[in-house]
Design a protein around this ligand. Sequence first.
Ligand code: NAD
Length: 391
Amino acid sequence: MIVKPKVRGFICTTAHPDGCKALVQSQIDYVKAQPHAKGFQKVLVIGASMGYGLASRITAAYSFGAATIGVIFDKPASGSRTASAGWYNTAAFEELAHADGLYAKTVNGDAYSKDIKDKVITLIKQDLGKVDLVVYSLAAPRRTMPDGTVYSSVLKTVGEPYTNKTIDLKNNTVSDITVAPASEEEINATVKVMGGEDWQDWVEALKAADAIEEDAVTVAYSYIGPAITHPMYADGSIGKAKDHLFATAQKMTAAPDGIRAYISVNKALVTQSSAAIPIVPLYISILYKVMKEQGVHEGCIEQMCRLFNTKLTKEQAVTDEPCRIRMDDLEMADSVQNAVNRLWTEIASGNLDTHADLAGYHADFYKLFGFGADGIDYEKDIAIDRAIAAV
Ligand code: NAD
């Protein structure tokens, strides 16, 4: 098949296997070229196929030589449908890691389910004994409970509606958008999906099965961002879930048989999940412009490489509050935020070229699905099947 991008709303329904592989390879090459701390050796990454989770897995494998088990929720190719990008990323990661003599296995299924937890724990016990790092990097729209109840997360404000600028990435126009407040039920559902409950369930299940080291560490990812995004993010329904995630880290650390649990507050980046948040993509395009101009821009792999080699090593965690690591230090620097604010007040459809890095935003969006990688012939007829080893 000749695979071209087919964008529908915030996602691309096709993915390019060779492009995904080239982009996984370039993340590996980046990590290999960085200095390495002494790190974790047996790493479980939940949500390992895209974005921050994939970058965490690559960093653990190629900074520390760690054995990694990834939990993903992805689809293989079928007929003329390509696989999901996360599937191709994982197939590529496994192939490259195995060629480098690294242990890498993947469990594909719903991380919220008991079934997948049991399967992963059996695999850990059989192959690794215990894990010493658990990365929780799920970004999911819904969670199905054991009794069949489905909770859906929403991206809304809490209390009052909020109006600000947003960008329509289909036609690159800026307009005002008003984001409605979430109901109490919607807030609770968002906390169920994106809060810390399932993270804690994973850690408890690992402990109960004696599949986690006593001195293990666990980390989940969060975001804070600047005031213009607060009503939409930090103070919105997703922010309530992130508050719960943070409280869960503190609770798990304080428990009598607790392990050290952290949230890492990461930089805003183009990923499949951030593309769906109103207002945030316009902020990200301005942020990219400013951070690139100031020479401080980072992507997922630079963030995760810096996290695991400097701020969350086996021995120490650099925190600003107990259980909280800040990887958004460069994003939140005054020099960056003052410049972003100036551009934000002026930005409109007519000056997008000078006020935002839309090209960078679009390029990163297409790269999520394997399009736009260097050295790939996108006109070539290719096989779309790629294998992930069965567990
Ligand atoms: P992403 O969409 O790139 O990746 C999410 C991963 O979760 C994918 O691998 C996906 O397959 C997996 N997943 C989703 N539902 C699943 C399920 N039911 N079972 C198993 N796997 C499942 O998202 P991301 O942006 O990397 O987000 C990861 C975390 O980082 C989230 O907690 C997010 O809030 C946080 N974060 C993101 C940003 C950002 O700007 N993108 C910034 C700071 C923090």
